[in-house]
Design a protein around this ligand. Structure first.
Ligand code: C2E
Ligand code: MG
Ligand code: MG
Ligand code: MG
Length: 286
């Protein structure tokens, strides 16, 4: 009897694993179709000046509307896309779409920078530099209007190779930022070798900024280091006014977070931008 139970249990467990494996394969197949079926969309989250409450840029964040399943989080499908070799294609789509949108905003008189997240495989693609340059040229955009977000771990894989590519990108004029700063393992001496414009403080340090003394010290230290190195510093994941007040006190340049806005479809960014343009406020007042 015990044996039979054991057998059943084994059977049940096995069945469970099968189902997980099947779901994974389904997800993967669905991902292959997603580009062709135009199931991706970019949302944009404002990057706001701490001192003036003005939108200076937006970060493009991909969304996948999977038919019949609702919205799938990028935290879930980006790693899968990296695993199954789809990330370069998806990454090119992101870059292209962000540039089209940036041009549209520019033509509407909006002075914005658009930041795009990169995966390791995009950096490793020997055609990446040309692809990016071509994309900017086709859309008649200035390189400084585009920002590339890279994580420490991406850059630290092959430091010399990364330094070389980043130097070329910097020469071209695109802005370069380190995403999730503080969570990777980059040493400051290596960091100094990259031609960076911005450090983005990871949201895990911002979350408890007002209740955890250690997190406050970390934020203050990153901000003062960035200021001293002439880097722009952006805080991620700002949800509360008292977090923003502390960041202002520490001298943080920009912030992103639900306090100001969640990531939004492009059209809503246009509306927000006009609303938060202090110098021209009168002109756009309804
Ligand atoms: P990330 O680049 O660090 O983006 C910030 C994430 O924090 C976004 O999650 C954003 O929606 C979320 N966030 C913003 N403000 C707040 C806040 O106040 N509180 C909290 N709790 N969260 C906030 P999202 O959009 O789910 O993206 C997750 C990650 O997926 C991104 O982290 C990025 O690493 C990756 N990702 C998104 N789009 C792309 C893409 O186009 N290409 C690549 N390679 N990765 C992408
Ligand atoms: Mg990012
Ligand atoms: Mg530069
Ligand atoms: Mg981040």
């Amino acid at each position: 009897r015990a044996k039979a139970n054991g057998g059943n249990r084994y059977h049940f467990y096995n069945h469970h694993l099968d189902r997980e494996a099947v779901e994974r394969i389904e997800l993967r197949n669905a991902l292959y179709q997603a580009l062709r079926n135009q199931e991706f969309e970019l949302h944009y989250q404002p990057q706001v000046s701490v001192s003036e409450a003005r939108i200076v840029g937006v970060e493009a964040l991909i969304r996948w509307h999977r038919p019949g399943k609702g919205m799938v989080s990028p935290a879930c499908f980006i790693p899968l896309a990296e695993e199954c070799g789809l990330i370069n294609e998806i990454g090119s789509w992101v870059l292209e779409s962000a540039c089209v949108q940036l041009k549209t905003w520019q033509q509407a008189g909006m002075d914005l920078r658009v930041a795009v997240n990169l995966s390791a495989a995009q950096l490793d693609d020997p055609g990446f530099y040309d692809l990016l340059k071509d994309c900017l040229q086709r859309h008649d955009l200035q390189p400084h209007q585009l920002e590339l977000e890279l994580t420490e771990s991406i850059l630290m894989r092959h430091v010399d190779q990364s330094v070389e590519l980043l130097n070329r990108l910097d020469k071209l004029g695109v802005h370069l930022s380190i995403d999730d700063f503080g969570t990777g393992y980059s040493s400051l001496s290596y960091l100094k070798r990259f031609p960076l414009d911005t450090l983005k403080i990871d949201q895990s340090f911002v979350r408890d900024l007002c209740i955890d003394q250690d997190d406050a010290v970390i934020c203050r230290t990153i901000i003062s280091m960035a200021n001293n190195l002439n880097l722009t510093v952006t805080a991620e994941g700002v949800e509360q006014a008292d977090q923003l007040n502390k960041l202002a006190e520490f001298g943080c340049d920009l912030y992103q977070g639900y306090l100001f806005s969640r990531p939004l479809p492009a059209g809503e960014i246009t509306r927000l931008y006009l609303e938060y343009r202090p110098a021209e406020a009168g002109r756009y007042a309804i």
